[in-house]
Design a protein around this ligand. Structure first.
Ligand code: ADP
Ligand code: MG
Length: 228
């Protein structure tokens, strides 16, 4: 037990250090990006143009890794508030709609009135990541269905897609840092999402069938209105 406490203290110090470093790395990256963009816009040389585009893409990837990591490892204290799940999800759906429809997919949602406690910015991050993953898993003209309902004292949020699905081995690897099957993936989105939901006393379940689609179910302890 003592060892465990010691270990978790050590981990949280490490996490804070990593978050500080990630934060500090952001500034020089942003500056380098600015100069690269300048060089790119100035060059008449085709090879230089190609190289600067590649370098900028890699910088974007580094930036994405840092932001996704910082989202969960932010040193500041969590903001805990009452979240209206229905309003929250409607907002997330409208934020992600342009991205989803640009890929030719449709979104369908059925949302009940539910309340949970948590940091709404972090919950937004989880939902955007799951919806983005769903959209990216569909090759063309698919459907994303989002349901929110109450079950056994939990708010259940389901995100279903008609995408490529996953096999057993891929399912096992979900949530491992840097596990990604995408050319430009960070492999951090799910790890961060799992941690955020676990910190709320919740859990994420996944069901998937190759070639058929995937269902992510996010369970968060329900905030009983009557207990307010
Ligand atoms: P990224 O999206 O950057 O690859 P994530 O952590 O969000 O990182 O996801 C990790 C991997 O899990 C993805 O690369 C993909 O292989 C798999 N995955 C996640 N969501 C789905 C989904 N809805 N359908 C199929 N595969 C998925
Ligand atoms: Mg992702």
């Amino acid at each position: 037990m003592r060892d465990e406490i010691y270990r978790s203290e050590k981990l949280s110090v490490l996490g804070e250090l990593a978050a500080t470093i990630a934060h500090e790395i952001r500034n020089p990256i942003t500056v380098s990006k600015g100069f690269l963009q300048l060089l790119k816009s100035r060059t008449q040389n085709e090879t230089d143009l190609k190289y600067s585009i590649l370098a900028l893409e890699e910088i974007d990837r580094a930036e994405a890794i840092i932001s996704e990591y910082l989202m969960y490892a932010k040193p500041q204290a969590e903001k805990v508030e009452k979240i209206d799940v229905k309003a929250h999800l409607s907002n997330v759906i409208s934020i992600t709609e342009p991205y989803v429809t640009s890929k030719g997919h449709i979104v369908d949602s059925q949302l009940e009135d539910l309340y949970v406690y948590g940091d709404s910015k972090k919950l937004t991050q989880v939902m955007i990541n799951l919806i983005k993953n769903a959209a990216e898993a569909i090759e063309k003209n698919g459907k994303i269905t989002i349901h929110a309902f109450a079950q056994n004292n939990y708010a259940v949020i389901e995100i279903m897609d008609t995408g490529i699905g996953m096999n057993e081995e891929q399912l096992q690897r979900l949530g491992n840092p840097f596990y990604s099957t995408k050319a430009k993936g960070t492999g951090l989105g799910l790890m961060v999402s799992y941690r955020i939901i676990e910190a709320l006393g919740g859990t994420i379940r996944v069901q998937s069938k190759q070639g058929m689609g995937t269902k992510f179910s996010v369970l968060i302890p329900l905030q009983d209105e009557a207990k307010q």
